[in-house]
Design a protein around this ligand. Sequence first.
Ligand SMILES: NC(=O)c1ccc[n+]([C@@H]2O[C@H](COP(=O)([O-])OP(=O)(O)OC[C@H]3O[C@@H](n4cnc5c(N)ncnc54)[C@H](O)[C@@H]3O)[C@@H](O)[C@H]2O)c1
Ligand SMILES: [Zn+2]
Ligand SMILES: [Zn+2]
Length: 344
Amino acid sequence: MKALVFHGDHNIALEDKPVPAIQKPTDVIVKMLKTTICGTDLGIYKGKNPEVEDGRILGHEGIGIVEEVGEGVRQYKKGDKVLISCITSCGSCESCKKQLYAHCKDGGWILGHLIDGTQAEYVRIPHADNSLFKLPAAIDDEIAVLLSDILPTGHEIGVQYGNVRPGDTIAIVGGGPIGMSVLLTAQFYSPSTIIVVDMDDNRLALAKEMGATHTINSGQENAVDAILAIAGEGVDVAIEAVGLPQTWDICQRIVRPGGHIANVGVHGKKVDFEIQELWIKNLTITTGLVNTNTTPMLIKAVSANRFDLSKLITHRFGLDEVEKAYDVFLNASREKAMKIIVNN
Ligand SMILES: NC(=O)c1ccc[n+]([C@@H]2O[C@H](COP(=O)([O-])OP(=O)(O)OC[C@H]3O[C@@H](n4cnc5c(N)ncnc54)[C@H](O)[C@@H]3O)[C@@H](O)[C@H]2O)c1
Ligand SMILES: [Zn+2]
Ligand SMILES: [Zn+2]
């Protein structure tokens, strides 16, 4: 089969690989229909994840059709259309029993990381009963791909950890796919003011279309001053959706007493944590890896078609063009790219 294979820092290639086989009774083999590239894949490509081995097939998002089922699988049969969760979970270990699936003792983020992933014609999904979701017919195939990772991440680590409530003023720092997912799912909870900060005017314009009440280009103005001019004493919730010291710093300077900072960004470098300013503010500060415990709820919400998620999808490629798709996503600002669908 064709698959996108990682060979170390800045080295990926579309290659022929063997079709995966069932290894454990709880495995399923899925024939991929659609996948996508994540900012996290770009991180691997750029050498941020030295634990990823040479020869690994990348990708942790997508939808497909069940091709083969291990004898221990109860919920799925050949021919079922499924959503693949970016998080694999056994459902029965100590972490899973707390719905902390990100920390499953035999799972977590392993797809396209520690085991072969979804940017291929077929993928093996361990613990399939707990790591796949049946897709209702009401959800468009391309929109479904957004449910593997970005929508649960924005919702759980941004909105739920940040405790967004009706009437709140919130600031989302970073308007990439994750920031946009925070923007969309925050609106379930009716905040009154939603400020999105980015340096890309194209992304800020999209944020306005998707429900932001204010946008700030932090490359052109001082984001902290601009946010405080809108929010007065500060925002109720600041959500970091970039993963850089500068954007963390914006978040820690804009929160009002009693507010929340929810860090979603994956940080490759240490940040300055101004605890001497923050301690007196009665804040909560949260961070973490998506658990995908709200995916079933999001599948229902998306089925109801409340939001036009199709605006997040900007490009489409075939799997045979996946190297070109990486190139476009690596130059997302120049190419005006948000989410890229890769079709099998
Ligand atoms: N916690 C989790 O479970 C989880 C899951 C998935 C992704 N992530 C992380 O979330 C982060 C965002 O992901 P993404 O796919 O949206 O990434 P992205 O790179 O597409 O988006 C980041 C956005 O931040 C903007 N930006 C960069 N520097 C900025 C600055 N100084 N000021 C303001 N804006 C700036 C960019 O223009 C871009 O629009 C990444 O760090 C990613 O690894 C976390
Ligand atoms: Zn992802
Ligand atoms: Zn588990």
